[in-house]
Design a protein around this ligand. Structure first.
Ligand code: GTP
Ligand code: SPV
Ligand code: MN
Length: 589
């Protein structure tokens, strides 16, 4: 039975059902009884496997199709009326043409299946900054994941009332055919259509599709920003909590930084870190003129490999109950899960991510997919911020950009001002990871970590950043860039990373409150080496100096790469940014 009388919602569902022809329609009300019944049903068909109830209460394992393990950027489209509004970094097709193409793929796609109606909220239900969506899907896995990642149920429909202002999302697994896989956004129609995939980022439509691609488009129109950023609070020994938001590309350390555990010498002094969000931030100018950030999500869809008791105990703890694991190893001895980097003792009696028998003691192949994931409730996180449910979000003192660069980018530097900071974000580059299909380890430009997620022209997006800076004026957060991933000649990471990253964040926060000095370099401000606390880090001052070094030759090559990249944007490239590039070139002379 329908859970709303909203005409716009009911008419749209009627149309989608007429096209996809499900056997039945089930509304997700958010109740535990209904979810329990769906879990049981998914277990009966093998879509989910129930894990050890003592060791991993309420946890399940799922395997996707082998050809369907990551976001598909080459099959992701922004379909607005004019191609120039999508810009050179997005795939585009005329909306009418795309609707027609998709119609063929969706027609009858849910025959013999159930269509689930998921009313969900991005943000606290009823808050002035929440946005609502409805996802129609024929996948129980999607329903259960959406119920962890977003706020789902009747209360969303009540908050929406009879308003037509919601994001429509249609997902059909169809045949999981990679040749006919499409992840399509119609920003002008508030609509998302996803077909032929069952992988998280392609099908949990509240996440990248809505909260970044559609929301970035809405944010530009309405004067706010949707960013691929974690949000965290750093509590110093005086008890003050200062917040930062950080944009790193996929699988470059957001979840890990967001749940950071301070090194022993920091803990002893009383430092704490609070996680507000690990992937997406919606930012707006508050009544006090400062920039405020809220996390529209309700859970974490995190990278499993590499997560362990040492690198990130908070993340590991977060996944020990009520979690869905996707494409990890199934340990048959005790019906638990394993992945590369969990511990040094891979199970011998196990099943790998493809569903084949796997002996971790002898196999040369990886057991878990490099992009295997956990979907875990935010409330499980031991360091979840007390402000997590605050509809206003938190005030941001620093914005941090960063990527995976073996060379070139130093451990940390600060921009000279907001405009220079926007330049620093726009020239971000990072080695590609397993989070998207395609080659791994190739350096590519990924401005603000938004290359795959910006729902409109990247040149307009940069202008929007510059405009936001004008509104914020002297209340604007300070902007920084970090790189935890510099390597030595043997390819080993030089900086210990993880908890030790707090040493860098401490300096960043001090800069925001005029409590630390800095040195000028051609690319911006850097810490005086003695101002980074290295006690207990195992890093000596010379190594740190190396990590902070700016190699002018490499940076001159960088300038050439940036100029090529900027060339794509034609007259949509803000003049401020081309001026910044000239300034950088000048500084390197
Ligand atoms: P998405 O969920 O794809 O957006 O990824 P993310 O940005 O949240 O990345 P995540 O924190 O999951 O980290 C991805 C990988 O980077 C994991 O394998 C981590 O172990 C590794 N990693 C994270 N932080 C650090 C760090 O400080 N140093 C090093 N060397 N590796 C790190
Ligand atoms: C990312 O790739 O940045 C993720 C995972 O956070 S996904 O939801 O697949 O986009
Ligand atoms: Mn992400």
């Amino acid at each position: 039975m329908a859970l709303t009388e909203n005409r716009a919602v009911l008419d749209w569902i009627d149309q989608m059902a007429a096209m996809t022809r499900p056997d039945q329609i089930v509304w997700i009300d958010g109740s535990q009884e209904q979810l329990e019944q769906l879990r049981a049903q998914a277990c009966s068909t093998g879509e989910l496997e129930k894990l050890n109830e003592e060791k991993l209460p309420g946890c399940y394992l799922h395997r996707t199709a082998v050809n369907d393990v990551a976001r598909v950027e080459d099959r992701t489209f922004i379909c607005c009326k004019k191609q120039e509004d999508a810009g050179p970094t997005n795939n585009w097709m005329d909306p009418q043409e795309m609707y027609a193409k998709l119609k063929k793929l969706y027609t009858g796609a849910m025959q013999g299946r159930t269509m689930y109606v998921i009313p969900y909220s991005m943000g606290v239900v009823g808050s002035p900054f929440a946005q609502y969506g409805i996802e129609l899907t024929d996948s129980i896995y999607v329903v259960l994941n959406m119920c962890i990642m977003t706020r789902v149920g009747k209360q969303v429909l009540e908050a929406l009332g009879d308003s037509p202002d919601y994001v429509k999302g249609l997902h059909a697994k169809a045949d999981i055919d990679p040749e006919n896989r499409y992840i399509v956004h119609f920003p002008e129609d508030n609509t998302i259509m996803s077909v032929n995939s069952g992988y998280g980022g392609n099908v949990l439509l509240g996440k990248k599709c809505f909260a970044l691609r559609i929301a970035s488009y809405l944010g530009r129109k309405q004067g706010w920003m949707a960013e691929h950023m974690l949000i965290l609070g750093i509590q110093n020994p005086q008890g003050e909590v200062r917040y930062l938001a950080a944009a790193f590309p996929s699988a470059c350390g957001k979840t890990n930084l967001a749940m950071l555990i301070p090194p022993a010498i920091y803990k002893e002094k009383g430092w704490k870190v609070w996680c507000v969000g690990d992937d997406i931030a919606w930012l707006r100018v508050g009544e006090d003129g400062r920039l405020w950030a809220m996390n529209p999500e309700y859970g974490f869809f995190g990278v499993a490999p590499g997560t362990n008791e040492k690198s990130n105990p908070n993340a590991l703890h977060t996944t020990q109950a009520g979690t869905i694991f996707t494409n990890v190893v199934h340990n048959l001895d005790d019906n638990t899960v394993w992945w590369e980097g969990l511990d040094k003792n891979p199970p011998a009696n196990a099943v790998d991510w493809k569903g084949n028998p796997w002996n971790g003691q002898t196999s040369q192949e990886k057991g878990a997919h490099p992009n295997s994931r956990f979907t875990a409730p935010a409330k499980n996180c031991p360091c979840i911020s007390p402000e997590f449910e605050n509809p206003q979000g938190v005030p941001i003192s620093a914005i941090v950009f960063g990527g995976r660069r073996a060379k070139t980018a130093p451990l940390v530097y600060q921009s000279r001002d907001w405009e220079h900071g926007v330049f620093v974000g726009s020239i971000m580059a990072s080695e590609t990871t397993a989070a998207a299909t395609g080659a791994v380890g190739v350096v590519r430009r990924d401005p603000m970590a938004m290359l795959p997620f910006c729902g409109y022209h990247m040149g307009d997006y940069w202008q929007h950043w510059l405009d936001m800076g004008k509104v914020l004026g002297d209340k604007a957060p300070k902007i920084f860039n970090v790189n935890w991933f510099r390597t030595d000649d043997e390819g080993h990471f030089i900086w210990p990373g993880f908890g030790d990253n707090l040493r860098v964040l401490e300096w960043i926060m001090k800069r925001c409150f005029s409590e630390a000095d800095a040195a000028q370099t051609p690319i911006g401000y850097e810490p005086l080496p003695q101002d980074i606390n290295l006690e207990g880090s195992g890093v000596d001052l010379d190594t740190l100096k190396g990590l902070l070094s700016v190699d002018k030759d490499l940076w001159r090559q960088e300038v050439d790469g940036i100029r090529d990249f900027y060339g794509k944007f034609g007259d949509k490239l803000p003049k401020t940014l081309s001026d910044q590039l000239s300034q950088l070139e000048e500084n390197l002379k």
